[in-house]
Design a protein around this ligand. Structure first.
Ligand SMILES: Nc1ncnc2c1ncn2[C@@H]1O[C@H](COP(=O)(O)OP(=O)(O)O)[C@@H](O)[C@H]1O
Ligand SMILES: [Mg+2]
Length: 309
């Protein structure tokens, strides 16, 4: 059966004591999506990830994965997902190979399949040559690579990763990003958390922005920058600017020296700005427009989340 929404989060709220870590979060993730859950520290990313991964209970709302309720059908859900939590899920005293076989063994796979997968996934994270070394002797980046390979042992449709590149050196981070892109290209749904904007732009097709437990934006990168970002039109003039110029309108205007910066969102606003400039008799030196970038959008949305608290 094909489920259009492979993950559905409906009205999810989570409290730790009196502290509201998630507030009414709803989102739908489609099969084949590459979703980034983006937010600053403390935004609730790990909380959301732990709940979706079936590792944290005691919440309000519902989460369904492939049509199964994660609480009622936990076993079915766990067959569909591969989990990479924020802390390594590995035994330090075992070798990389033994870890793969141990965790793969939890899925009751035939030995042949178990060994074949352990080999394939250790190779895909470039840890095959290190397979007989104990995990405790590995660098942080090597541990994370085995940790990710381990999450593939049940051949999941969906892979859930909490800050998979955090604290990694550039080379290890790149290897992991490439691996995730590759498995997404092969049809797997990938959901990961990050606080790094460039990772979102590099990898994801969709982004959910969390702040103070609120979902402040959700959609494709193009949709978000098209609809929400403030665009600016900067006009540089020859004359000295009067202080109250353009003051009698509700446009968002800033004067910086000889420059006037208009902020607008819709094309209607832009029309009004252009009319105003045309009627103002200013002699223009230059005009510059910017469509806004993702960085500014992110900062703006984070402010929005703050207002809600
Ligand atoms: N077990 C817990 N008990 C109490 N508060 C917690 C617990 N886990 C997380 N929090 C708080 O919930 C908020 C969200 O945490 P978390 O989901 O880890 O955010 P993120 O992963 O975005 O940094 C933070 O303020 C954190 O201090
Ligand atoms: Mg976290």
């Amino acid at each position: 059966m094909i489920f259009l929404n492979c993950i559905e989060v409906k009205g999810l709220s989570k409290k730790y004591g009196n502290f509201q870590a998630l507030q009414d979060v709803s989102l739908e993730i489609k099969s084949g999506d590459f979703l980034a859950i983006l937010g600053p520290n403390g935004a609730g990313k790990s909380t959301l990830m732990k709940i979706i991964s079936t590792l944290l209970k005691g919440y309000n709302g519902r989460v369904e994965i492939c049509g199964y309720d994660i609480e009622k059908d936990t076993k079915k859900v766990r067959e569909k997902i591969g989990i990479v939590p924020e802390n390594f899920l590995l035994y330090d005293k075992l070798s990389a190979w033994e870890n793969m076989v141990f965790f793969g063994g939890l899925y009751h796979l035939p030995r042949k399949v178990l060994f074949e997968r352990a080999e394939r996934f250790l190779k895909s994270v470039e840890m095959w040559d290190w397979r007989d070394k104990k995990v405790k002797t590995f660098s942080f980046g090597m541990k994370q690579r085995v940790n990710i390979a381990r999450a593939f042992m049940n051949d999941p449709d969906i892979i859930l990763l909490d800050e998979p590149t955090a604290s990694l050196d550039v080379k290890s981070a790149l290897a992991i990003k490439n691996l995730l892109k590759e498995i997404n290209a092969r049809g797997k749904t990938v959901v990961f958390t990050t606080h790094i904007l460039t990772e979102v732009e590099e990898m994801a097709n969709k982004v959910a922005i969390l702040n103070f437990g609120h979902l402040v934006a959700f959609g494709t990168l193009e949709d978000l920058s098209k609809n929400i970002t403030d665009k600016t039109l900067t006009v540089e003039v020859e004359d000295h600017l009067q202080d109250d110029l353009f003051a009698q309108n509700d446009l968002r205007v800033q004067k910086i020296g000889q420059k006037i910066v208009f902020n607008y969102t819709t094309t209607q606003e832009l029309d009004r700005i252009i009319n105003l400039i045309a009627q103002s008799n200013l002699s223009l030196k230059s005009i510059n427009s910017s469509n806004g970038d993702f960085n500014r959008l992110f900062l703006k949305l984070i402010d929005k989340g703050r207002d809600k608290n």
